[in-house]
Write a protein that binds this ligand. Sequence first.
Ligand code: PBG
Length: 344
Amino acid sequence: FPQADPTASPTPAAPSLGLVHRPRRNRKADWARRLVREAVLTTNDLIWPIFVIDGERRREPVASMPGVERLSVDEAVRAAVRAAELDIPVLSLFPFTEPGLRDPHGSEALRDTNLVCRACRAIKREVPQIGLLTDVALDPYTSHGHDGLLEGHRIVNDASVRVLVEQALVQARSGADIIAPSDMMDGRVGAIRAGLDAEGFEDVQIMSYAAKYASAFYGPFRDAIGTSAALIGDKKTYQMDPGNGTEALREVELDLAEGADMVMVKPGLPYLDIVQRVKARFGVPTFAYQVSGEYAMIQAAAENGWIDGDRAMTESLVAFKRAGADGIMTYFAPRVAERLQRGL
Ligand code: PBG
């Protein structure tokens, strides 16, 4: 669409409305739009989540997340090299645990030979300048697929927290820079902080998934880490009800009081109101997780030719910035970073 010459005089036949305010003036050309732009996305805003799988030289597509692959540890190191080249500050790691290694207690989470710990050590050795975020929750390791321990039909809180502290310590010892509890147990941030400090990990940060909702948008992620079939029931007794907003502020307040350095809202786009309220109320580093289902929706529509995938990706990420997010965890991280590097 060629741009009309904005300096051309109006058609004489068109009578002026005599408007004082013409907001369109500030949109008249690309330079003018760039000049007044409020929210800008940069590579510094990105956290790139990757899925790690056993083996070597192995890359395995995730069917419900076109463009995303599970990577063996050596391939994860290559991803870290790429992230560093793209100036992406942080990589987050999620394991696909072999079903034979899962049990009701999530014991594998506490072994420093698990995939996340191995990937942490390998990446720290080869690409020390990149930040590593690890998820604390038992679901990749439990046979029942829950984030905590199951007693009968109940997820027990305090016993789960004790195990989660151990999981966080195993990760910190392997080189994790940011511990990200995504389990939604009560009191876990304070317990993890105390555990880290007691072992001299005062500099390890905590980014709590403070407001994490019981969401249908996690579906493809559960495929990626192989817990969809395993999950018994749902996570509604610990993840939040989608109708609640004020409760999210309470969750954030508690996590901050317990020592969280940064907080996260999850999912992302359907919960932008929460991102905005959290940032406005607390003014702390606030992140959003554009989760697997959000990624899958954009990819699916783009693959069908129903939307322009690149534009929808960029627009969705700028929306997080506009809402007040300091950064976004997104599977689009490498793709959008490449475009940003090319000035697109
Ligand atoms: C684990 C966890 C989940 C996600 C991140 N950490 C799934 C869940 O709570 O069931 C979802 C991320 C995504 O959908 O991309 N507790």
